[in-house]
Ligand binder design. Structure first.
Ligand code: 5GP
Length: 190
């Protein structure tokens, strides 16, 4: 059962805004309190990723079956043809361990969860200094094709339009500063 004292923390940022580093540092700083919520996705596994650790990778058919079975707290087609979703079971698993789920999900997913759980949720938006810097970081990362980078930049532009709807806005012009700020805010919330 989901009760009204169970908390949720959501980190949202355009792809390449430094969210992964902040997420890793946050989990490292508070290992007894937080646990990463592993989403389901239909996107292909990337080199270096592990099934069940980074995502639960599944076929589109399986994903649709899970939608029909109401297995998701929220789900979105984040990129054309690529589905991502947070399962009820994953949240329950973490709460049952006495921990707080840390969700790394997109803007629409974050606002959707906020709408359902209200004050139980802290939504954090990590803001990149500029779209140019974002593009530079994505290109340097080298995990995405030029076409993919363009899709991600377009999405980032759209996502930035929703930043005011978040509980907390963190500007990532300095990764260490942004990380510390995030940890402090999470500590206050929990
Ligand atoms: P990536 O493909 O780079 O791992 O993730 C792409 C985007 O999908 C990121 O913005 C990430 O936050 C978002 N995402 C990951 N899991 C979920 C989820 O369960 N739900 C939603 N709505 N977005 C997700």
């Amino acid at each position: 059962m989901i009760t009204d004292n169970q908390k949720i923390i959501i980190l949202t940022a355009p792809s390449g805004a430094g969210k992964t580093t902040i997420k890793t540092q946050l989990l490292k700083a508070l290992p007894e309190r937080l646990s990463f919520s592993v989403s389901a996705t239909t996107r292909k596994i990337r080199e270096g990723e592990k099934d069940g650790v980074d995502y639960h990778y599944m076929s589109l058919n399986d994903f649709k079956t899970q939608i029909d079975a109401s297995s998701f707290v929220e789900w979105e087609m984040v990129y054309p043809g690529m589905y991502y979703g947070t399962t009820v079971n994953e949240m329950k698993r973490i709460w049952n361990e006495g921990k707080i789920p840390l969700l790394d999900i997109d803007v629409q997913g974050a606002l959707n969860v906020k709408k359902q759980f209200g004050e139980q949720v802290l939504t954090i938006f990590i803001e990149p200094p500029s779209l140019e810097v974002l593009k530079e970081r994505l290109t340097k990362r080298g995990t995405d094709s030029t076409e993919n980078i363009k899709t991600r930049i377009d999405k980032a532009e759209e996502e930035l339009g929703y930043k005011k709807e978040f509980d907390l806005l963190i500007m990532n012009d300095d990764l260490q500063k942004a990380t510390n700020e995030t940890i402090r805010a999470v500590l206050t919330f929990i």
